[in-house]
Design a protein around this ligand. Structure first.
Ligand SMILES: C[S@@+](CC[C@H](N)C(=O)[O-])C[C@H]1O[C@@H](n2cnc3c(N)ncnc32)[C@H](O)[C@@H]1O
Length: 268
């Protein structure tokens, strides 16, 4: 009888002893409409007993059950499904968002839009593929956003008789993705984004932006990021045989087309 479920009353009592001090540390003390002590213990105990490789919860509310699952299985991925993000409850009091999540974006969407969406949802660790240079690519990238006159190596002039124009036309002879000054600059000398456009969704949904907006986007990104890191080339072109990008084109930062960053958020 005792072994009917695979665990015994003794196991439950032992679990309870372990769980009580854990429960004391719960971040959400008022979980009315959500689980209380008994059911939290039950969920914790079963998760710990089964040791699943993936946990999926449907119905999150402020995130208490996410927290319970995380206490039971510190390293197991959790997929939380709920119409309202638990972070939304932070305005009214404590909530729990499982932040050890890494999101990898290779979806060719405006990266500013993706950063805002990810921050709103409480995610902090983001990786972007396709960090296009100014004047290239099918979506507005972090690299484009950070291309600003006030950042060293950033900002451009559309003056055709300039050192930059000469370097660009030379580079075009050797590198497939190089952009000369005529390609860089659109009407009214708009060089930011792609000729003054914020591209989105594989270049299917684009919006013109003013220089002032472009500038504000950079200030916003700066204010939200703790760390912004661009993966440098792992080796020179003679070893990798890549012929698309000039590794010297992106001084002082950047090189390969991937960005890793961790964002600050309001949740912790
Ligand atoms: C009782 S609360 C969950 C409490 C939470 N598990 C806890 O113990 O703290 C129910 C949650 O289900 C969410 N919900 C409503 N419809 C849903 C649906 N179709 N699929 C998943 N979650 C849904 C609600 O928004 C609410 O956050």
């Amino acid at each position: 009888m005792e072994k009917q479920f695979g665990w015994t009353s003794k196991d439950l009592l032992k679990g309870l002893e372990e769980f009580v001090p854990i429960y004391e540390t719960r971040p959400i003390k008022n979980n009315i409409y959500g689980m209380g002590f008994d059911h939290s213990f039950g969920l914790w105990f079963i998760a710990k007993w089964l040791k699943p490789v993936l946990m999926i919860e449907s119905g999150v509310f402020k995130g208490h059950s996410t927290w319970v699952l995380r206490q039971a299985m510190p390293d197991t991925p959790i997929i939380s499904l709920s119409p309202r993000h638990p972070g939304k409850y932070l305005k009214k009091g404590p909530a729990y968002v499982d932040v050890e999540v890494l999101i990898f974006f290779d979806d060719h969407q405006n990266e500013l839009k993706r950063v805002k969406q990810a921050l709103n949802a409480g995610f902090r660790h983001l990786v972007f593929e396709d960090n296009y240079d100014t004047g290239t690519g099918d979506h507005y990238s972090l690299r484009q956003i950070c291309d600003q006159s006030y950042i060293r190596g950033g900002g451009h002039s559309c003056f055709r008789d300039s050192d930059e124009a000469r370097v660009r036309s030379k580079r075009k002879l050797f590198w497939e993705k190089a952009v000369d000054i005529d390609e860089l600059c659109g009407p009214n000398e708009a060089w930011w984004g792609v000729r003054g456009w914020m591209r989105d969704n594989f270049n299917h949904s684009n919006k013109p932006i003013s220089y002032a907006e472009h500038f504000q986007n950079s200030r916003f990104i700066e204010s939200t990021l703790d760390v912004y890191w661009e993966l440098p080339p792992v080796a020179g072109p003679s070893l990798t045989h890549q012929t698309r990008y000039d590794p010297a084109s992106g001084q002082p930062v950047l090189l390969l087309k991937m960005v890793v960053m961790a964002c600050s958020s309001g949740w912790d």
